[in-house]
Design a protein around this ligand. Structure first.
Ligand code: ARG
Length: 247
């Protein structure tokens, strides 16, 4: 056997090979997060991440297979091979990165606050919400929840399973504020929350969104990073940004 046979065997174990062999890229996401991944009226998955996932499948010459799953259990689902990658508006955190690999960032954002209009004139900075008299909501298992616990530890905190439920709590006036990813807050505020809420959109955390994959796969990591570099710089990122954030 040639001296490099061992290397070839390692390459064969890469997720790349499984994807090429099956002809399918299985992408895990939680379709509850506009404008990155949602279900439209016809039951189709749409959003920035869905378009990104389709670009990735196209780059590999395979079919895009969507797998809608709960965000709270999305890492265990990747690890038990329910899908090949996570593309779900997932923030690359150091803690998550100990369990899964992450590509380079494809989107940068941070936490902000959607505040009930009844606090208009009273709250101008997120820190002012750090008081037990304020009820803050966020979504279970997200960096929004982590941010409340870390930066607003004195506030009264309530968690919900879905982003829309968090949004409705503030829109209806049951809660004072929703701490979450700014692009998602701006979407909720301008769609369901028009005239009822305002958004403090000066990010108080730094959060790169990245594609998650199973560790121990340098070939796939290399492919994903180079794909993102290409996607961000050849006009596709800008086109998708304009499509989902400027309309
Ligand atoms: N960026 C946040 C996090 O990583 C929230 C992502 C929520 N994504 C979703 N598809 N529901 O924790």
């Amino acid at each position: 056997a040639p001296a490099y046979a061992a290397d070839i065997d390692i390459a064969k174990q890469s997720t790349i090979n499984k994807i090429l062999k099956s002809g399918e890229l299985r992408v895990g996401f939680d379709a509850s997060y506009a404008p990155f991944e949602i279900t439209d009226k016809n039951g189709r998955y749409i959003g920035f991440d869905i378009d990104l996932a389709k670009e990735l499948a196209k780059a590999m010459g395979v079919k895009f297979v969507p797998v809608n799953t709960d965000f709270d259990g999305i890492i265990p689902s990747l690890l038990s091979d329910k899908f090949d990658v996570i593309i779900s508006g997932m923030t690359l955190t150091q803690q998550r990165n100990l369990q899964i690999g992450f590509s380079d960032a494809y989107f940068l954002m941070g936490q902000g606050v959607m505040v009930s209009n009844k606090l208009q004139g009273k709250i101008a900075r997120y820190k002012e919400l750090n008081d037990p008299k304020y009820v803050i909501v966020s979504r279970l298992g997200t960096t929004g929840e982590e941010a409340v616990k870390k930066y607003l530890p004195k506030a009264t905190y309530k968690s919900f399973e879905k982003e829309v439920d968090c949004g409705m709590e503030v829109i209806s006036g049951r809660a004072d504020a929703f701490v979450f990813d700014i692009p998602a807050l701006e979407n909720i505020a301008s769609v369901q929350g028009k005239g009822k809420v305002f958004v403090l959109n000066d990010p108080f955390t730094f959060e790169p969104m990245a594609i998650g994959y199973k560790q121990g796969d340098p070939d796939f990591a290399n492919f994903l990073n180079n794909f993102i570099f290409q996607f961000k710089n050849d006009g596709r990122y800008q086109r998708l940004y304009d499509k989902w954030f400027r309309s």
